[in-house]
Design a protein around this ligand. Structure first.
Ligand SMILES: [Mg+2]
Length: 413
C-alpha cells in the first residue's frame, strides 16, 4: 500500500513579544502542508535571547525534515543532541518545539490536546489568584475582592516594611532598581518576613472565614530551620499549601520538614533535572508538584510527571506566572483537564493586549480556567500585533537584580 506523504517540519523559528511588559518567547513550526503550523511556549523570561539562539541555531537545523508525528523521538533526539542535557535554556527551547508538535497533532486530528491524551476528567480547572499589599489590611481587602469575583483559592503575600519582599510591589521595584543593586531597597531579612507572614495568616483566617483556601509562597528565601518553624507556625491557619519552603538545592531537607509539620507542601517551579523531583514524589515528601512545564522540556515530559505523581498521591499545581504565554497556559490546562490527580492551577490574568496578541486565550470564569475546545492548544498568535510589543529596554535584558541580606550576602530571588 502506498504510504501517504508525511507531514514534515520545514522551519522552526521564535516569536518574541511583551504585551504585558514581560518578555515572552513562542516557537512556531512551519510544515510542508499549506496552512498547517504549530505553536509552543519557550518562555524563560530571565534569559529569553539565549532560548531564541538555542531554537534557531540548533534545533531548527537539527529537526528540519523530521516527521511531525514523532513527538517522543524528536524529544529524545533533541535531548541527546547537545550531549550536556537538562537546564532551563535547552529545555525551554525543546519545550517550544514539543508543544508546537502537540499543537500540530491536535490540528491534524481536529481535537484539543487534552482529548489526545485521554480526554477531560473535569470540565474546568479551579485556579488560585495572587493578592498582595503593603499592609495586612490591604492584602485582606484584595482577597475579599477576588472572593467577590468568584475565586475560592487565594495566594497572599504581604510586604515587610522597607524590604524587598517576594510577591509584593516592593519586589517589583527591585527589578527596576538595577543601578544600585546593593541599595537598602533590595534588602530582605528572613526572620522579619516569617513573623510578618504569620501575622498575615492569623488575621486572614480570622477575617475571611474557613471556606476560602489560602496559599503562600516562601520563594525559597529562608534557611531550612526557619522554613520548618514557619511551617509549624502557619499550621493553625489551614493553608491549602505552602510553596517553595526550601530551594531545590536543599531537597534533602524536605524529610525534616515533613517530619516536623503536617502543612501541605508545594514544590518545584525551578526543577529541571528529573533527579531533582523523582525522590520527593516517590517518598511522598510533597503534596503538590509545581513544575514550570517549559523548564522540563514541555508537554511530553510534564504528562509523564503527572502520571508518575498519580501513583504516589501527589497532585499537580503547574506553575502559572505572568512569564508564560497563553500557549503555555493552554498546555497547563490540558494537563489539568486530563489528569485525575490535578490539584490546583496558578493563574495570572491576561491583560487585553495579551488576549489580542494570542487569540483564543483560555478564559478565566467563576474561579476556574476554561478551555475553548478548539483543536491543538486552541490558541493562535497574531505576529503583526506581537511585533508592536517588543521586549522593553532593560540593562540586564530582564535578569533579576540581586536580593541581599543586610550583611550583603545574596539570597534566592
Ligand atoms: Mg512560586
Amino acid at each position: 500500500m502506498m504510504k501517504a506523504m508525511s507531514t514534515r517540519i520545514e522551519r522552526i523559528r521564535c516569536i518574541r513579544t511583551a504585551p504585558a511588559g514581560i518578555r515572552l518567547v513562542a516557537v512556531r513550526i512551519e510544515t510542508n502542508q499549506p496552512g498547517l503550523y504549530g505553536l509552543g511556549c519557550a518562555t524563560f523570561t530571565q534569559r529569553p535571547l539565549a532560548v531564541v539562539e538555542a531554537v534557531e541555531q540548533y534545533l531548527d537545523p537539527f529537526l528540519r525534515g523530521r516527521d511531525v508525528s514523532e513527538i517522543e523521538d524528536i524529544f529524545r533526539a533533541s535531548l541527546m543532541s547537545s550531549y550536556w542535557r537538562n537546564g532551563p535554556v535547552l529545555f525551554n527551547a525543546m519545550s517550544g518545539v514539543d508543544m508546537a508538535l502537540w499543537d500540530i497533532k491536535g490540528k491534524c486530528a481536529s481535537m484539543p490536546v487534552y482529548d489526545l491524551v485521554g480526554g477531560k476528567c473535569r470540565m474546568s480547572a479551579p485556579v488560585y489568584i495572587h493578592t498582595t499589599g503593603a499592609e495586612i489590611d490591604d492584602v485582606i481587602e484584595a482577597a475579599r475582592r477576588e472572593m467577590d469575583d468568584g475565586f475560592r483559592h487565594i495566594r497572599m503575600q504581604v510586604e515587610v516594611p522597607g524590604q524587598a519582599t517576594y510577591g509584593t510591589e516592593s519586589d517589583l521595584h527591585t527589578h527596576q532598581n538595577v543601578d544600585s543593586p546593593t541599595s537598602p531597597q533590595n534588602v530582605f531579612e528572613p526572620n522579619d518576613y516569617a513573623r510578618r507572614a504569620c501575622a498575615l495568616f492569623e488575621r486572614a483566617r480570622a477575617e475571611l472565614g474557613d471556606e476560602v483556601e489560602l496559599l503562600h509562597d516562601v520563594h525559597e528565601r529562608v534557611p531550612c530551620s526557619l522554613a520548618i518553624q514557619l511551617a509549624k507556625d502557619l499550621e493553625p491557619y489551614r493553608l491549602f499549601f505552602l510553596e517553595d519552603a526550601l530551594p531545590p538545592e536543599d531537597i534533602e531537607h524536605f524529610r525534616w520538614l515533613r517530619r516536623h509539620s503536617h502543612i501541605p507542601l508545594a514544590m518545584g517551579e525551578l526543577f529541571n533535572n528529573p533527579n531533582e523531583f523523582t525522590p520527593l514524589i516517590k517518598e511522598r515528601l510533597i503534596d503538590f508538584i509545581r513544575i514550570h512545564i517549559s523548564q522540563i522540556g514541555g508537554f511530553t515530559p510534564a504528562l509523564k510527571v503527572a502520571h508518575f505523581c498519580e501513583f504516589f498521591g501527589v497532585r499537580t499545581a503547574w506553575h502559572g506566572p505572568g512569564d508564560l504565554t497563553p500557549i503555555g497556559f493552554a498546555a497547563n490546562l490540558a494537563l489539568d483537564l486530563a489528569c485525575p490527580n490535578f490539584g490546583i492551577q496558578e493563574m495570572s490574568r491576561f491583560n487585553r493586549a495579551t488576549e489580542d496578541v494570542f487569540p483564543g486565550c483560555p478564559e478565566v470564569r467563576d474561579g476556574c480556567l476554561w478551555p475553548n475546545g478548539r483543536p491543538g492548544w486552541g490558541v493562535d498568535l497574531d505576529e503583526e500585533l506581537a511585533a508592536k510589543f517588543p521586549f522593553p529596554d532593560h540593562p540586564f535584558n530582564g535578569a533579576w537584580p540581586a536580593i541581599r541580606r543586610r550583611d550583603g550576602s545574596v539570597l534566592p530571588p
